[in-house]
Design a protein around this ligand. Structure first.
Ligand SMILES: C[S@@+](CC[C@H](N)C(=O)[O-])C[C@H]1O[C@@H](n2cnc3c(N)ncnc32)[C@H](O)[C@@H]1O
Length: 218
């Protein structure tokens, strides 16, 4: 079935307007914050880092606090407006873009081109999109990364039926990343998840120099 991007955007806008936003933590996800602040494998600034489906922008603000140039992208104009309101004064350097992550041309018009990013930070966007688009989601993240660029993600691997939030399986996520040319550096159950988010996994991948996301010329 054809995907109706405008309908997707409107559905998310409505969730924000009607406060059907049970995912909202009011702060960066604790496992991501602990990893970025303290883990020996944590990527270090500087670097341009995209947060897809940034919502109210707490992870983008964390990245800015750490010294990265953060770009928050969300298909929902309501989300982007709230992110700007919450973080704009403290972090005037964060770029907030209302864009569909699957709109490659729209991203490219904003300078988000193949190989343009140092990092991508995933938090509850993967579980929010149609599961049929997961391969495209990971492939998009890989394509946007420069060789050696990183994907850090907190993935909700619950097994409940239905969604969003759609459940997932750690082996399947690892397989999608591998197929997109991402080399796994860490993939393990997360510690310190908030109580309502059991079965989260945290992972760090790096884009291979010769990634299938960008075919090499003969
Ligand atoms: C469950 S919310 C999570 C928001 C934020 N990451 C957080 O953890 O608070 C999912 C977000 O992804 C956004 N989203 C869904 N599909 C998207 C797409 N195709 N492109 C960009 N953003 C998308 C929604 O508008 C929503 O803000």
């Amino acid at each position: 079935m054809e995907r109706d991007a405008a309908a997707v955007a409107e559905a998310w806008d409505a969730r924000y307007r009607e406060q059907r936003d049970g995912w909202e933590l009011g702060r960066p996800a604790p496992p991501l914050e602990a990893f970025l602040r303290r883990h020996p494998l944590a990527p270090r600034p500087p670097g341009v880092v995209l947060v897809p489906g940034c919502g109210r922008g707490h992870e983008a603000a964390l990245l800015a606090d750490l010294g990265f140039s953060a770009v928050g992208v969300d298909v929902s104009g309501e989300a982007v407006r709230r992110a700007r309101q919450l973080h704009g004064a403290r972090h005037p350097g964060i770029r907030w873009l209302q864009r569909d992550l699957f709109d490659g041309e729209g991203l490219a018009r904003q300078g988000l081109d193949s190989g343009s990013l140092d990092g991508v930070l995933e938090h509850t966007c993967f579980c929010a999109i149609d599961p049929a688009q997961r391969q495209a989601y990971i492939a998009t993240a890989a394509r946007l990364l420069r060789p050696g660029g990183w994907l850090l993600g907190l993935f909700w691997c619950h097994g409940r039926p239905g969604g969003p939030p759609w459940g997932s399986d750690p082996a399947a996520i690892a397989g999608l990343c591998r197929a997109a040319g991402l080399r796994q550096e860490l993939w393990q159950p997360a510690e310190d998840s908030v109580p309502q988010r059991e079965h989260e996994w945290i992972g760090l991948w790096r884009r291979e120099a010769l990634s299938p996301a960008v075919p090499q010329r003969a």
